[in-house]
Design a protein around this ligand. Sequence first.
Ligand code: 16G
Length: 258
Amino acid sequence: MTQSSRRRLPAALDPGYAKVEQLQEILEQLAAASKPGTRLPSERELAERYGVARMTARQAMEGLVAKGLGYRVQGQGTFVAEPRIAQPQRLTSFTEDMASRGMRSTSIVLGQEVVPASAAVGRYLGLPAGAPVVRLERLRCGDGEPIALERAHLPAQRFAGLEEADLSEGSLYRLLAERFGCEVAGAEQRIAAVRLTEGEAHVLHAEAGLPAFLIERVTRDVSGRGVEHVRSLYRGDRYEIRTRLERHAEPGGKGGRG
Ligand code: 16G
């Protein structure tokens, strides 16, 4: 434990509360106040400092790791994890999400071609089944690290030539706006918890079975027309979804009282 991290820890536990939870809170505060990659106190150090059993210290550490706030390195200890990237409440692009965190967005294009729309994709985009759509499959990276795997379908006639655009660095949304005059205006999405299959994990440089968010989105332009249907897999250890809930909010208006 470094001098500075020791200084941040409270001196003793409160006897009126459960020890594991208190230790976990202490570790969470310490992790939040430290840079990613900082070594956290060992189980032995924690146990000695707070006069608790090693098992209690271990449970607190395991809780921290399970929440994705720390990671273990065999034989070296537990370290502060990178904070997750939050999906904002506005309709943003991956490039914007990364930029807002000071990260550089790049993509590895895994597929980019015109294919016939399946019945489901056609329905989402307001096209007949079999109509040409551009299938765009990208591995999205932040500062070079894989974060999400996205498979999008867009109407090929409306976005003619999209299958040949260079999307390894740039933003799809920006390209749609600049080249096709199409501004995305809103989206409906659903989010489910899944585990990565071996193939997905391989592409995302993760372990098979890692929890992930499966996000299915239909994005619309100002006139309400479907612009893209996307299925994205976001690594659960690198991404989080935040929602804001207001009890008295009225759609499109100020919060009322009821
Ligand atoms: C986000 C969107 C995706 C969109 C992409 C455009 C989610 C779940 N998905 O990743 O639908 O295609 O942004 O990003 O948020 P780009 O403009 O950086 O290419």
